[in-house]
Each structure stands twice: as C-alpha cells, then as structure tokens.
Design a protein around this ligand. Structure first.
Ligand code: ASP
Length: 425
C-alpha cells in the first residue's frame, strides 16, 4: 500500500472516530475522552507531527533555494521565474475571489440569517503594506529564520545563492556542502512523512471531535457555497489553467498532488506543508529544484486562492446578514484587498480570518460579523489550505515548463518519486 493511500485511510478513520466522539457527546470539556484522548493523545501526536514538519521548513528552504540558485547558473532566469510566478499567483488569486464573489451573490448567502451569535471576534491586525515590503530585507537574518519569516528567508537565500555563484570557483566547498545539506533535508522530509498516516488520524479526529455541528444549519448555505467554490477552483479551474498554460496533463497533476493536499488539509497550514509540496513537485512531477525551491515557499506565503475565496463568500455573507448593500466598487475593493492581504500573511492555521479584518475595514462592514462564520472556520480552513497549496503547485509547474525546467518523463511516470520507489532504489 502506498503512503498516500495510508494517509487517506488515516484521514477517513480519523473522521469516523471524530464524528463518533462528537455525536456521542464525549467531547464535553472535562470528560475523560476530552482530557485524555482529544486534548491528550490526539493533540500530542498531531502537534509532534506538525512541529516536525515545521522544523524542516526553514533549513529546507534555505539550502534548497541556495543550491537551486547556484544550479540555475543564470541570474536572468531567476528574474523571469520571480516575475512569472508573482504574476500568476496574483492572477489566480484574483480569479478565485471573483468566482467566489459571483457565486456568493448568486446564492444570496446570508440572507435571512440572524445576526446574533454567542461567539466574539476581535480583529487581529494584519501587517501594513509598507511593513510587508520593508520586512523582505531582514535586518537580522537569524531572527528572520527563527521567526520563519518566509519572504525574508527567501530573499536572504537568493542573495546568498547569487553571491555564491559569483565566487563558485573559490567557494566550491560551500557549493557542495549546501547541495549535500539539501539532500539531507530531503531525507528528513521523507522520514517525517512516514509518520503521516497516524498523525493525520490524530489531527483529523481531534478537529472533527471538537467541531460544533449544530451551528451548521444556519451556515449551511455559507458552507455549501464556499465548499463548492473551493473544490471547483482546486479540481477544475486550477487544473484547466495548468492545461491551458503548460499543456501538461491535469489528471496526472491531480493524482500527484494528492499527498500534499492531504497534508495541507490535516494541518491547515500551507507553511507546514512546504516540505511535502516541494517534494511532490520535484520528485513526483519532475520540476527542477532551481524553480521549485523558489516558487513553492514563495507561493506558500503570498498565494492563497482558497483563503481569498473564503474572504469573498464571508464578505457577501456578512453584508447580507446586516442588510448592507455592496456596490460594484466595493467588489473591486474586496478583490484588491483580499489579494493584498494574502501577500503579507504567512500560511498558518486561521490567519485567513485575521486578514478578513483588513477587507472588512475597507468596505465598512462590522468586524463583529466575522464571529458569525467562526464556528465553521476550522473545517473551511482545512479545505482552503489544500486549495492554496494546489495553486502553488500549479503555478510551479507552469513556470517550470515555460523555462524548460520540468522533466516530462518524470511527470508522465506514475511511480516517479513515490516513497516506495525511493526505498527500492
Ligand atoms: N490556513 C491557511 C493556509 O495556511 C491560511 C488561512 O486561510 O487561514 O494557507
């Protein structure tokens, strides 16, 4: 049985166990199941796994990007990869949110829903645009790495890689050291992935056990429309964009991205999924490390199609609940703000709601309205994170193909880069 299948089984069993606990009411606070199982065993194993993934991210991005830049050997290509990926990330996010706004308006989500809720939401502050831009250059690279500031880490690695390339002859030891460290990091990714089936079981069982399903009724249309647009974007629009812009077979893509999608779904964090996304596009789809090591962490930070979709549907929902009319200019502002918001915030669980504050402020919607959708946000977060990383991988493949940095024989080979194949070789 291959690893993706095992992870999928872990997910399904987790879903069933979580549901059983939930339906049987065993999740009440202080109960034996809640203390020892949900917040005990499930929490501990899930958290250990997410920590293990996160522990890989910074060194993996650092070494793979430095060796990627050295591997390109041509600085102009780096500029092109940066320009193309940035443009595509912004364009796909804008398409995503426009689709979400259209569908939410079509179905009138939120009309007739009562504005009272027991949840409260105090808006966090999203970083300002100037802050985002100035933070790209880290005053202290060690601090940037310690805080997992992805844009700063990317910037530092690129500059380091470019300079290493310039002195490659004198510093050939460093070149091979970084390449070897990169190989070690990839091995660590594989090691951590082996634990995924059990960890995914725990993550999902805990998430589902804690969900409040009764609230779903009021939010049925919100969940339905958002769930639909997310899946439609992830499984139809993005693969069609892939086919259209690169000619690559979208069905092959979907089968090879599944493992990363499952990780993203279970962890609700694009950032923590970087190692798995990177591995999938490089080893399974044949994208050269020189492109993927840049576009994947870059995408995990600035590209959030699924998050933007949630923001679109949530904005229409809250506006309808409060009976506030949104005009065409408001829709344009929402699209612009959601795209900007997704650039500055890292892919971590729940950050989409914080970013929503930014959008609401611009179109004068009441921030407390966000509390209305909070009860279902965990589930929506899981789905949208899987869509977010699908967008990262689609753009990575398109850019790599356009630069002749995608090995089509690997892409076409269904067994390429599976853990089983790796172990056999
Ligand atoms: N959890 C999402 C991600 O990591 C961000 C969000 O929508 O909250 O991509």
């Amino acid at each position: 049985m291959n690893l993706t299948v095992k992870v999928f089984i872990g997910l399904l069993v987790g879903l069933l166990v979580g549901l059983a606990i939930n339906v049987a009411g065993l999740n009440s606070s202080g109960s034996f199941t809640q203390v020892y199982l949900i917040d005990g065993l499930f929490f501990t194993i899930g958290k250990l796994f997410v920590n293990a993934l996160k522990m890989l991210v910074v060194p993996l991005v650092l070494f793979s990007l430095i060796s990627g830049v050295v591997g390109i050997g041509d600085i102009r290509m780096l500029g092109r990869v940066g320009g193309k990926s940035f443009t595509l990330y912004i364009a796909t996010t804008a398409i995503a949110i426009a689709l979400a706004l259209f569908m939410a308006t079509l179905f009138n989500v939120g009309v007739g829903v009562d504005a009272s809720t027991t949840d409260t939401f105090t808006g966090g502050s999203a970083p300002s645009f100037a802050e985002v831009v100035t933070n790209i250059v880290p005053a202290n690279p060690i601090q940037a790495m310690a805080k997992s500031d992805m844009l700063s880490v990317i910037f530092y690695s690129v500059v380091f890689g470019v300079c290493l390339l310039a002195v490659a002859k004198e510093a050939s030891g460093v070149v091979s050291l970084v390449e070897q460290l990169n190989t070690v990091m990839m091995k660590m990714v594989e090691l951590v992935m082996h634990f995924a089936p059990y960890a995914v079981f725990c993550l999902i069982a805990k998430a589902i056990a804690e969900m409040g399903f009764k609230l779903f009724e009021e939010l049925l249309l919100y969940v339905g429309v958002l769930g639909f647009v997310l899946l439609f974007h992830g499984f139809v629009i993005l693969p069609v964009i892939l086919k259209f812009l690169s000619g690559l077979n979208p069905l092959v893509f979907l089968s090879k991205i599944r493992a990363a999608q499952l990780f993203a779904f279970s962890t609700a964090s694009s950032g923590a999924t970087i190692p798995v996304t990177l591995r999938s596009v490089e080893k399974r789809m044949g994208v050269n490390g020189s492109v993927a090591s840049f576009t994947v962490p870059f995408g995990a930070t600035i590209n959030m199609d699924g998050t933007a979709m949630m923001q679109g549907v949530a904005t229409v929902f809250v506006a309808n609940v409060y009976g506030i009319d949104l005009g065409l200019s408001d829709y344009l502002v929402i699209i612009l703000m959601a795209v900007l918001a997704s650039i500055g915030t890292a892919g971590v669980p729940g950050v989409g709601l914080v970013m929503l504050t930014m959008v609401f402020n611009q179109v004068n919607l009441p921030i407390e309205g966000i509390a209305l959708v909070m009860s279902v946000d965990r589930l929506m977060d899981m789905i949208r994170t899987a869509v977010n990383i699908t967008g990262d991988a689609v753009v990575t493949c398109i850019v790599a193909k356009s630069e002749n940095k995608l090995d089509q024989s690997i892409y076409a080979n269904p067994h390429a880069g599976t853990m089983e194949e790796q172990e056999a070789s």
